[in-house]
Design a protein around this ligand. Structure first.
Ligand SMILES: Cc1ncc(COP(=O)(O)O)c(C=O)c1O
Length: 394
């Protein structure tokens, strides 16, 4: 990317965790232009169109166990739709369940439903009086010193069991970010937690909704992060990377079981839709992106990228100035020691002087590069980070 003075930057955060193959991917540019020659926009309310159908087929082919697609506009609006689907599913299955279970430190977007299932004090505390009914369990990614990921997962599983035992018949969905709580600073957690959440949701008749807005499209390795745990959710939200960052588009994927609760009387319809839902240009971008993801074996590439970045980052992690490096695939958080006001921000500013664009979440510097980043650029990104840390954190 180039700034207004013509200085060149490597985008180390994929814009906002969206860019798949780097900016201006020729195949995606061409797909949008081709779609523009056919249809600009057409409502999805009571209608459909070819790129929307094609995209639903592509998404479902990548997601064994899920059968239907409902489009929305961005990550937050997919989460809103998912929450409403979960509640309406409970109503239409014979027992209204007004409660959502979610994790502390969670982030699902900035609209009020998404904030309700969020758990970040700084972003969410102000709005508490306005929000949906929820029960919160601890973050499986926040470990005490010396505690292993498996031990921490076991602790939070106990909490979740207790919540479900007490209120499970009121819970319509357990909502979580699978494997990585991204906005909290890339808090990674053990897959055993996800498997237990699946089991407990089933045991108490609640749905499991995984929010793959950040983790989807191979960011963590497999196409979806929940696949690390070998589970199938009932609902999956995705957004961000599905269009490779070209245009806003998101979706909720659901099982046939959930979908079938909306069939029958007209009042059972899911009365929810946005003007720009499934915009054809956005669908065309997503179709081209997903075609390339499969053709170029994106999960395989991310496995290689993640392993090489882990190696490069080892000496960074050995520094006293670095508290911890958390990584799953190409989602990386480098937590630096808090030595001054806004240390993470200062580190990113120092990296920018070295031609690398990074963003902090508190004192955690995020590395979330395009998934096909070349080796020379990987070296540049990690060297700039290391030098920036050495400059700022003494
Ligand atoms: C897990 C998760 N869900 C939802 C969202 C919200 O997406 P959007 O910013 O597109 O509304 C985000 C954004 O970072 C996210 O990380």
């Amino acid at each position: 990317m180039y700034d207004t003075d013509g200085r060149k930057y490597l985008d180390g955060v994929s814009s906002l965790w969206v860019t798949t193959f780097g900016h201006r991917t020729p195949e995606i540019d061409a797909a949008i232009i081709a779609q523009l020659g056919k249809l600009d926009h057409s409502t999805f309310l009571g209608a459909t169109h070819t790129p929307g159908i094609e995209l639903a087929e592509k998404l479902l082919a990548l997601t064994p166990g899920l059968d239907k697609v409902f489009y929305a506009g961005d990550g937050s609006s997919a989460v809103e739709a998912g929450l409403k689907i979960a509640y309406q599913y409970s109503v239409q299955s014979g027992q209204p369940r007004p409660l959502f279970v979610h994790l502390s430190e969670a982030y699902h977007g900035d609209t009020l439903g998404a904030v309700s299932v969020g758990g970040m004090k700084l972003f969410h505390a102000t709005y508490r009086p306005l929000l949906l009914k929820t029960a919160t369990v601890g973050s499986p990614g926040l470990r005490a010193p010396g505690q292993t990921p498996v031990e921490r997962a076991a602790e939070v599983i106990k909490e979740l069991e207790a919540v479900m035992a007490a209120q499970g018949d009121q819970v319509c969905a357990i909502v979580l970010e699978p494997m990585v709580q991204a906005a909290a600073g890339m808090l990674t957690y053990d897959a055993s937690f996800l498997r237990a959440a699946r089991e407990l949701a089933t045991k108490y008749g609640a749905l499991l909704m995984v929010d793959e807005v950040a983790t989807g499209i191979a960011r963590t390795g497999p196409m979806w992060a929940h696949q690390h745990a070998g589970i199938t959710p009932d609902l999956l939200t995705c957004g961000k990377g599905i269009t490779a960052g070209y245009l806003p588009l998101s979706a909720v994927l659901a099982t046939d079981e959930v979908y079938s609760a909306f069939l029958g009387a007209p009042e059972k319809t899911f009365f929810h839709g946005h003007t720009y839902t499934a915009n054809p240009l956005a669908c065309a971008a997503a179709n081209a992106n997903l075609t390339l993801a499969v053709e170029r074996d994106l999960p395989g590439q991310v496995a290689v990228l993640g392993a090489r970045l882990a190696d490069l980052l080892k000496p960074v992690g050995d520094r006293d100035s670095v508290v911890e490096i958390r990584q799953l695939g190409a989602m990386i958080g480098v937590e630096v020691a808090n030595v001054r006001h806004r240390t993470g921000f200062e580190v990113c500013r120092a990296a920018r002087k070295r031609g690398v664009w990074l963003r902090p979440l508190g004192d955690t510097v995020i590395l979330m590069p395009p998934l096909t980043l070349g080796e020379a650029e990987q070296n540049l990104m990690v060297e700039a980070l290391a030098e920036a840390i050495d400059e700022v954190v003494r």
